[in-house]
Design a protein around this ligand. Structure first.
Ligand code: 5RP
Length: 237
């Protein structure tokens, strides 16, 4: 059995949600093999996986990675994980990423960290998308978390008007009294649709609005979800 550094601190000193994230991250990293191209997700759960991958690379794991955000690229850089420009890559073997919400049938809500566009492009060219999550992310219907939508600034008013016609409440994401700016230089609006009965239908409607770069509904993009639950793991499907 491969000897691996233990990143988990004693459970007694830890928030259980953080333990669940770390357990899921460690399990997902076990799927990586030499020569793979690996997509690195964004967010606090993906962060644990990237740190594990950094350790394995240091131990000799021979992979190359594609980052889903500038912050992930920076973290990977500090861990000496070799990075590829996504435009030199046609296909990614495995991506490990987090989610804000997921359902047992593998619908995802993503974008809490604002990286949804790059995450979606990476997921789209990935053969095996593994989502890692703590147990608070499991829902029977998406929508308690407001749906992040990345919008080209020029189209903001138009997009907000279109969204309002879908009987939803859009809110421009702000940071310190200024709009949050994505890695592409765009805005995010967080939209309250209430609980979403048919995510694929809503995704199709949002895809039709000019000025929407990407939305956080990930439909048919996840292959496996690894959820930490206490000190155990639950796998979907
Ligand atoms: C970033 C994302 C993240 O995966 C999502 O926000 C989950 O983050 P965390 O693992 O910190 O809960 O979609 O755009």
């Amino acid at each position: 059995m491969r000897e691996r550094q233990v990143f988990l601190q004693p459970v007694i000193e830890m928030n259980i949600v953080e333990t669940e994230k770390q357990l899921a991250a460690r399990e997902a990293v076990g799927y990586l093999k030499n020569s793979m191209i690996v997509g690195l997700g964004t967010g606090s759960t993906a962060h644990y996986a990237i740190k594990e991958i950094g350790y394995l690379v240091q131990q000799g794991l021979d992979i190359k990675a594609v980052a889903t955000s500038e912050s992930t690229a920076a973290l990977a850089g500090t861990l000496n994980i070799p990075l590829l420009d996504i435009n030199t890559v046609n296909s990614i073997d495995i991506t490990i990423d987090g989610a804000d919400e997921f359902t047992p049938d593998l619908f995802l809500m993503k974008g809490g960290g604002g990286a949804l566009f790059r995450e979606k492009i990476v997921a789209t060219i990935t053969k095996e998308q593994i989502i890692i999550a703590d147990s608070t992310k499991l829902v029977s219907k998406l929508g308690k978390f407001k749906l992040p939508v990345e919008v080209i600034p020029f189209a903001l008013n138009y997009v907000i008007t279109q969204i309002s016609q879908l009987k939803a409440i859009p809110l421009l994401r702000m940071v310190k009294a200024a709009p949050f700016i994505t890695d592409q230089g765009n805005y995010i609006i967080d939209i309250d649709f209430g609980l979403i009965d048919e995510p694929p239908l809503l995704a199709a409607k949002l895809d039709l609005i000019e000025g929407v770069v990407a939305h956080g509904l990930f439909i048919n993009l996840a292959n496996k979800i690894i959820m930490g639950k206490g000190n155990e793991l639950v796998l979907f499907p």
